[in-house]
Design a protein. Structure first.
Length: 242
């Protein structure tokens, strides 16, 4: 009975965590915290090095994260459409996925010995969700509770946003639908280091990822200019030889 009450109150805490807006962090990355400095490789996708990278190749997950998260909170369908739009001449972008370990796809509370739901969810490459890996491993952030306890953890929250833009201390949609209730989908709280499912009508933020390493795709015009440049170079060389 006590366990049930505790579980209910934790579920409530997880939901509150999903809805509470702590801040819209956009600070510089924290050196030495997490692996982001070596595992998130800057990718310039717009051919302009002055404005910085547009994405980061995640060497651990083998996906490329769009540098800028969504500017606003959206319901799940809108967030999915936002993530899946073509960018830099490239299709195939998507919302991050959640790895669900239970047979029926339901919640398996991590603070009761499970892996997929609540605070401190699995963040491993093989069996964790992509956002959990980003939050815990790459950026070295901490969940609200000390793993296996109900005690607040010093320094919990989104203390490191790496070099991302619009990475907010708020919930972010996963592209994975919650199988037992198709009207809901998984989310990850970048404020509390927790994940669960919530009604698709709720407004959450979104991140976009692309499978593999996305490198700059030159526009046809750029190719043409490159060819003209090379042809000119060859001609001038020939003239010099002659
Ligand atoms: Ca750029």
């Amino acid at each position: 009975m006590r366990n049930l009450i505790m579980k209910k109150s934790l579920q409530m805490a997880a939901l509150l965590g999903a809805l509470t807006l702590a801040s819209a962090a956009n600070a510089n990355g924290v050196p030495g915290q997490g692996s982001w400095e070596t595992t998130l490789l800057a990718r310039d996708l717009d051919g302009n090095l002055v404005n910085g990278p547009e994405a980061f190749y995640d060497t651990a997950l083998n996906v490329t994260w769009l540098r800028a998260g969504s500017a606003s909170a959206m319901n799940w369908s809108t967030a999915k459409a936002w993530a899946e739009q073509d960018r830099f001449g490239l299709s195939g972008w998507r919302l991050p996925t959640t790895h669900v370990t239970t047979a029926d796809g339901s919640c398996d509370y991590s603070y009761f010995g499970g892996t997929g739901c609540g605070f401190n969810p699995d963040s491993s490459v093989a069996t964790g969700s992509e956002m959990a890996h980003l939050f815990f491993q790459s950026l070295g952030n901490k969940s609200r509770y000390i793993p296996g306890t109900l005690d607040d953890q010093a320094g919990w929250g989104l203390s490191n946003t790496g070099d991302f833009k619009n990475l907010r201390s708020y919930s972010s949609w996963s592209g994975t639908v919650y199988a037992p209730q198709s009207g809901t989908a998984w989310f990850f709280s970048l404020g509390y280091g927790s994940q669960a499912n919530f009604s698709k009508d709720q407004s959450f933020y979104a991140l976009a990822v692309h499978p593999g390493d996305v490198v700059a795709v030159p526009e046809p015009q750029t190719w043409a200019l490159t060819l003209i440049g090379l042809t000119g170079l060859l001609l001038s060389r020939r003239r010099r030889v002659a």
